[in-house]
Each structure stands twice: as structure tokens, then as C-alpha cells.
Design a protein around this ligand. Structure first.
Ligand SMILES: [Zn+2]
Ligand SMILES: [Zn+2]
Length: 309
């Protein structure tokens, strides 16, 4: 189950990465990084302009905070939590890694939360399942680019993709509703907040912060921190990212044991997403949580860890 994949050793040495079957999928493919370097990087100017405008609006929103109703602050934070769960508990741990099972009402909630997050690449990775894809966790302006070979080789996935394209029409509508209309209407309707504050705080500012928290998982948590489970891969344990990304900063652990529903050795500690999944299990809405055993973790630490924990 936890055999150290040869593909990772080759990736660490800058060599070519080959699929290794189920064994290599146990650890999220660092060979993605090697492939990324070879493919080169293109600046997508449309995204640069859109992101610059979004961040300018978010900076403007900051000075609205003192003038807003305290309930609007609380609502903005609630929206932040729902958005985070849509990505962490939904697109990532449920749909990408199938690390637990969720019943229909919970899946509906997570789908709505995922629309609130408006992170299309996360949605596609969730639908396709990063476990089935070699190049996981690589941020790419075109989410399908890294997955295309796998898709064309797989008729079932091709049909799924077609279905997604049809559903995408409705996805756009659900994004407009969940990411902007609902967060804006609630403060305006329930406690007479101005429509301006309602749009910029729980809408624009919350969305921008959530985007940055997700990006930190793919950037900072691959650069800064220790590697107690596998020193041959880039992802690291990063406390700051853990705070911002609702428990997704135990990233060396996660890439070493991607099937683990908690994405961490430490269960509930600093891990709101794990708290949420456990609570859903208590309510009977989730089940079949997969977990790396203490023996697995210990032996892996001894074999490939950097000795930092
Ligand atoms: Zn990663
Ligand atoms: Zn993952």
C-alpha cells in the first residue's frame, strides 16, 4: 500500500515519469512538477487582467470593513467557511480522492458550496479525480490540459466530460447565484446592510481571500516547511497554510497518503475540514472514512522522512 513509487525517485532525480499502476497513484505524482517544467509557462493575459481587477476591488473592500454591520462581518466569515468546505471537503477530499463517502444531501451541500468557491480548475479536478490522473495538484490555467491524455484514452471519462460540458451551463448559473447573488442578498435583506457593502465584503473580498488560500496550498505548501513523511517530494507541512486553508497545509502527509480523509496525521487538530467530515458522520450523512494506520505512518517516516518529526 505504501511502497515508495519509483516514479517519484525518478522525478526527484529530474528523470522521466511513467505510470506505475495503482502503487504510483498512492502518492500524488510529483512527476507533475517535472512535466510542468518541460512544458514551459505561458502568461494568460486575460487572467492577469481579471485577477488584477479582482484584487484591486478586494483592496478597496478592506476600507469598507469598519463601516459595515457586525453581522456582515460574521456572514462574510460564514461564507468563507462554506466556500472552503466546498473545496476541501468537496472537490478535494470527496471527489478528487474519494477518501470518504457522502450521502445525497451532503453532496448537494458540497456542490452548492463548491459553486460559491468558483474555482473551475478545482471542480474539473474533482470530477475527473486526481487519483486517476498523473499530474495532480499542479495549478494550470487550462485544467484539462494536464488530464487530456487520460481522458481520450478512457471512453467513460470522455462521456463524463461531455456530461460536464452540458452541466457547465448550469454551473455558470449556480456560480453567479452562490458566489455573488446569495452572499450579497442575505445582509441586504436580513439586517439592512447597504447593497454596496454586501457585494464587496461577503462577495468580492471573501472570494479573493478564498482564492489566495487555495493557491497557497499549491505554492507555499510546496516550497516552505518540513518533510517528515517523504523528503523526496516537494510538498511540505506548512502551519500557515493549514490555518488559511482549513487543514490542507499538512501537505507532505497528504501527498504521501492521499487516500487519508483527514489529510493529516493529527486528526482534528488545526483541521476544520476533518471536524466537519467527522460531524457529518455523526449525523449519518458521511461514512467510510479512509485513514492511514499509525504503523504505516511510522514505517514511512523511518524509510523516507527527513527526521523532522
Ligand atoms: Zn500539492
Ligand atoms: Zn490532494
Amino acid at each position: 500500500m505504501v511502497a515508495f513509487p519509483k516514479s517519484e525517485l525518478r522525478a526527484a532525480a529530474g528523470g522521466r515519469c511513467e505510470p506505475e499502476g495503482a502503487e504510483s497513484r498512492e502518492t500524488e505524482a510529483e512527476c507533475g512538477d517535472a512535466k510542468e517544467e518541460k512544458r514551459g509557462q505561458t502568461i494568460v493575459w486575460r487572467n492577469v487582467v481579471l485577477m488584477a481587477l479582482l484584487h484591486l476591488a478586494a483592496v478597496y473592500a478592506l476600507q469598507l470593513i469598519p463601516r459595515a454591520h457586525p453581522f456582515t462581518w460574521i456572514w462574510s466569515y460564514v461564507c468563507f467557511l462554506i466556500t472552503g468546505l466546498g473545496i476541501t471537503a468537496g472537490a478535494h477530499r470527496l471527489w478528487s480522492h474519494r477518501s470518504y463517502k457522502a450521502k445525497f444531501p451532503l453532496r448537494m451541500f458540497l456542490a452548492a458550496a463548491n459553486s460559491m468557491a468558483f474555482q473551475v480548475y478545482a471542480l474539473f479536478k474533482g470530477i475527473l479525480g486526481t487519483h486517476n490522473v498523473k499530474y495532480s495538484h499542479t495549478f494550470d490555467a487550462s485544467p484539462l490540459a494536464s488530464n487530456e491524455l487520460y481522458i481520450w484514452d478512457n471512453p467513460l471519462l470522455f462521456k463524463l466530460l461531455y456530461l460536464c460540458a452540458v452541466l457547465f451551463r448550469y454551473y455558470k448559473l449556480s456560480v453567479v447565484m452562490m458566489c455573488f447573488v446569495v452572499p450579497t442578498l442575505v445582509p441586504w435583506y436580513f439586517w439592512d446592510e447597504s447593497i454596496w457593502n454586501s457585494y464587496f465584503l461577503p462577495g468580492i473580498l471573501r472570494y479573493t481571500i478564498c482564492l489566495n488560500c487555495t493557491w497557497l496550498v499549491n505554492s507555499a505548501a510546496h516550497i516552505y516547511g518540513n518533510r517528515p513523511y517523504d523528503k523526496y517530494i516537494n510538498p511540505r507541512e506548512n502551519c500557515l497554510v493549514t490555518f488559511g486553508a482549513m487543514g490542507e497545509g499538512f501537505h507532505n502527509f497528504h501527498h504521501t497518503f492521499p487516500f487519508d480523509y483527514s489529510a493529516s496525521e493529527f486528526g482534528l487538530r488545526l483541521n476544520p475540514t476533518t471536524c466537519f467530515i467527522d460531524f457529518m458522520c455523526l449525523l449519518g450523512l458521511a461514512s467510510n472514512r479512509k485513514k492511514a494506520t499509525p504503523e504505516m505512518i511510522k514505517s514511512r517516516k523511518l524509510r523516507t522522512g527527513d527526521g523532522s518529526a
